[in-house]
Design a protein around this ligand. Structure first.
Ligand SMILES: C[S@@+](CC[C@H](N)C(=O)[O-])C[C@H]1O[C@@H](n2cnc3c(N)ncnc32)[C@H](O)[C@@H]1O
Length: 420
């Protein structure tokens, strides 16, 4: 077996969760970065841990038919993308396999349902949120380099929406003229329909404090400091898949952010509880709800004057009674046992780390009739599904959304039900 820095020849079998290619050689499992299934490559072993080695490609001996020339000049160095070497169909196929692999290995789900994969309408220029690292000493602005905390200086980024690309250029212009604020380590940016929100904000900047975005008829206000999904064009389909035509008396929206799912839930359920730890996000969620109520009332009044004299129809789109709570999900669940057995529909959309143990225990104590789990990490999704299934839930469907083209990341929605 090769020692560190030695090279060996391997064939890539498939792409694993985490995005690395899998190969076997000389009794070891080898994880190869930036590989394509079917590639025959010479790799340099970077790190060995027992029977496992991590390697980088030094020469492509026979390229996979799925391999393409990565168009980005920073690819390989920049830590942002790790799938540009795959054609788009191969990216989608790899992500479906990643989800299936996690469900089987980590979820113990031997026969996962068919996975419907929704491609991104545009596999480039889709990214409407970004975090740019700033290295003040070396005057670099961009993303962390792959596997390091050094900043890769990036003049253009092919996955950013145009408004963020322009924002990056503007920041780089300020960097060149020494006009970026001292001691700033990073910038967060979020694009909406009406501009870009930037944090920290800059004097005389084009960017605004907050932006709005209309999705499936609902208008959301947010800024760079509150979570909002990255690939805006996929959001109507994501909301539809996560909620569909669910309706009833009581719904719960855990990790609600600025209310992406809260508003559509409020149109379908009489009562909704929405929980989120970030106070900035819940402030936006309350405003978004208030805005939706005002819009609905204004539409109803317009309707009244148009339909003058006719019987007044109750507004089908009116919103239920919504409580938006700023709290950690585990804390809120611990105090919500009075809702046990009364929840028709529970949606959870946790960060990549998934739900904490106590969150799952709290959800099981509520025993909602239906669960919709929106996840940006198939590994933690599978881990959490295993617990829900062990407690009696049935996995009805899994849908995938290519929210992050050119990277191995993928969004998934799992729907579960339980017999009462
Ligand atoms: C993936 S985002 C989803 C937000 C929202 N559902 C959306 O789609 O826009 C996860 C959210 O969970 C929040 N969060 C993280 N840990 C939390 C916790 N323990 N309790 C409550 N909220 C949490 C984050 O602030 C973030 O807004």
């Amino acid at each position: 077996m090769a020692d560190n820095n030695e090279t060996i020849e391997v064939e890539i079998e498939r792409i694993l969760p985490g995005g690395l290619g899998l190969a076997h050689a000389e009794g070891r499992t080898i994880f190869v970065a930036l590989a394509a299934p079917g590639d025959v490559v010479r790799v340099a072993i970077e790190r060995i841990r027992g029977k496992v080695a991590f390697a980088n490609i030094v020469e492509i001996l026979k390229p996979s038919p799925e391999r393409v020339e990565p168009p980005c000049p920073y690819f390989g160095r920049c830590g942002g993308c790790d799938f540009q070497q795959l054609n788009y169909q191969a990216q989608l196929k790899a992500k479906e396999e990643i989800i299936r692999d996690c469900l089987r290995r980590l979820g113990g789900i031997e026969a996962p349902p068919a996975i419907a994969m929704m491609p991104s309408p545009d596999p480039w220029q889709y990214r409407a949120r970004a975090e740019w690292q700033y290295d003040e000493i070396n005057q670099r602005l961009g993303y962390f380099q792959r596997g390091s905390r050094s900043v890769c200086d990036v003049a253009e980024c092919a996955v950013l929406v145009t408004a963020l690309e322009q924002q990056l250029e503007e920041l780089r212009g300020r960097m060149r003229s020494g006009a970026l604020p001292e001691h700033t380590r990073d910038f967060q940016a979020a694009a909406g329909d009406d501009g870009v929100s930037l944090s920290p904000g800059l004097a005389d900047a084009v960017a605004t404090r907050e932006v709005t975005r209309t999705i499936a008829g609902e208008r959301y206000h947010f800024n760079a400091e509150a979570f909002f999904q990255t690939n805006l064009a996929l959001l109507p389909a994501l909301v539809e898949s996560a909620i569909g035509n669910a309706s009833g008396d009581t719904a719960v929206d855990l990790y609600c952010g600025v209310g992406l799912f809260t508003l559509p839930l409020a149109r379908r359920f009489a009562r909704v509880a929405a929980v989120e730890a970030n106070g900035r996000a819940t402030a936006f969620a309350r405003r978004n709800l208030e805005f939706a109520r005002r819009q609905t009332a204004a539409n109803d009044n317009t309707q009244l004057s148009v339909d003058e004299g006719s019987a007044v129809q109750p507004a089908r789109s009116s919103l239920g009674d919504v409580r938006i709570v700023t709290a950690r999900v585990g804390d809120w669940l611990g105090e919500s046992l009075h809702l046990s057995g009364k929840v028709d529909f529970l949606l959870l959309d946790p960060p990549r780390t998934g739900a904490e143990n106590r969150d799952i225990a709290g959800i099981l104590a509520l025993r909602p009739r239906e669960i919709s789990y929106v996840s940006c990490d198939p590994a933690t999704l599978a881990r959490d599904l295993k617990k829900l299934i062990a407690a009696g839930y049935n996995l009805e469907s899994v849908a995938a959304f290519d929210m992050f083209p050119q990277t191995h990341h993928v969004e998934a929605v799992a729907r579960l039900t339980i017999q009462k």
